[in-house]
Every structure is written in C-alpha cells, then in structure tokens.
Design a protein around this ligand. Structure first.
Ligand SMILES: Cc1cc2nc3c(=O)[nH]c(=O)nc-3n(C[C@H](O)[C@H](O)[C@H](O)COP(=O)(O)O)c2cc1C
Length: 186
C-alpha cells in the first residue's frame, strides 16, 4: 500500500508538521506501507492557466512543465492521499491550492479519466481560531465535494486548534497517531 503526503504548510517545524509527524508515526508502525512525504512549499508548481489542454485530444498531461509532472505520476501510483494544511483565510494554504488546481489534468472525462477513482483521502488541518472552526469546516466541505466528484473516499479528518502549540498538545498528537494506524487498517 502506498501513501502520499502533500504537506501544505510553509513551516516545517510548525503545528501542521507536528500533527502530520504523529500521524505518520502511526502509519509507519504498520507493515507493508510505503510512505512518501512531499513538501509542497519546496516544489515548483505554477498556477493552473485554465487552458483546458489536458481535456482536449490527445488528452496529454498538463502543458506547464514544472514539478507537477512528477507529482502526477506519484498521485496515480498511490492508494492514499494525505492533505496536511494550516487553515489560511478559511481555506487551505496557497501551496496546497496550487497542487489541487493542477489535479484538473487528472480529472477530465477522457485521458486520465478514472485514475483517481477509488483512492482514499485523509485531511489534517491546524488553525488558530477556536473550535468549532468555520474555516476547517469549509475545507472539509470542499474536500467532500471534490471526493464525490472524483469518486474518492475520505477516510480520515483531523482538525486541531493550535492556540496550544500542537507539539505540546498530547491529546491531539495521540489522535493523529491513532488515525494513522486506522487508515492503514481500513
Ligand atoms: C495567512 C494566514 C491566514 C490564517 N487564517 C486563519 C483562518 O482563517 N482561521 C484560523 O483559525 N486560523 C488562521 N490562521 C492561523 C493558522 O491556521 C494557524 O496558526 C496554524 O496552526 C498554522 O500552522 P503552521 O504552524 O503549520 O504554520 C492563519 C495564519 C496565517 C499565517
């Protein structure tokens, strides 16, 4: 089983990283899992230009030549996609949004059609505002619609308020660890 993590925070030692690290510890405790961590902030991912080339014959890959070509291959090969993001302005981070927009090339009705179907999604979020956090709810609602459209399956969601730094929030770290174990057992 392959698990691909799309890490969308610019802070590699911040709250989202702490939550993700604990989740991955839970994952790595299980046998037969291949984990790959992508730091989106370090990738060259240009914004989708809406040219629709990917949806016209001969349905080739995205015509923008940047790191997305390699990432698309990894997405196609993986079983589980983990999206880890801070909530920025009631939404996902810009780093993750660039990546999500470019998934358009894998979601047309020809060419790569169906290559995302059946894959599993996990959403990890941190946010400063208190619970229940309306930004986190909007993020999950958007992913629910994305998953329905792409026939994907959301198998785990964890949102944590970072007013107490996540690395000091043992309850949140435990929840992330257990979620990591669970998504592999499913
Ligand atoms: C540009 C920006 C926008 C933010 N917008 C929100 C928001 O809409 N709602 C919220 O609860 N927190 C918001 N926050 C706070 C972050 O989500 C929070 O501090 C998060 O834990 C940061 O994660 P990190 O440590 O991985 O960077 C924002 C922070 C920044 C820098």
């Amino acid at each position: 089983m392959k698990l691909l993590t799309l890490f969308g925070s610019p802070r590699t030692k911040g709250n989202t990283a702490a939550l993700l690290n604990s989740f991955l510890e839970g994952v790595k405790g299980k046998e037969g899992v291949e984990v790959e961590l992508i730091n989106l902030n370090k990738k060259d991912i240009k914004p989708c230009q809406g040219c629709e080339s990917c949806r016209k014959p001969p349905y080739l890959e995205c015509i923008i030549n940047d790191d997305i070509q390699d990432l698309h291959k990894k997405v196609i090969e993986t079983d589980i996609l983990v999206f880890a993001t801070p909530v920025y302005w009631w939404n996902i981070s810009a780093q993750l949004k660039l990546f999500i927009d470019r998934l358009y090339a894998l979601a047309g009705e020809e060419g790569n059609y169906k290559c995302l179907h059946g894959k599993k999604i996990v959403i990890l979020m941190t946010y400063q505002g208190s619970d229940p956090n309306s930004g986190a709810k909007l993020v999950v609602d958007a992913f629910k619609d994305i998953a329905e459209y792409l026939k994907m399956d959301i198998v785990g969601v964890l949102g944590v308020c970072s007013q107490v730094p996540v690395k000091e929030n043992q309850d949140a770290l435990n929840k992330a660890f257990k979620l990591g174990e669970q998504v592999i057992e499913q």
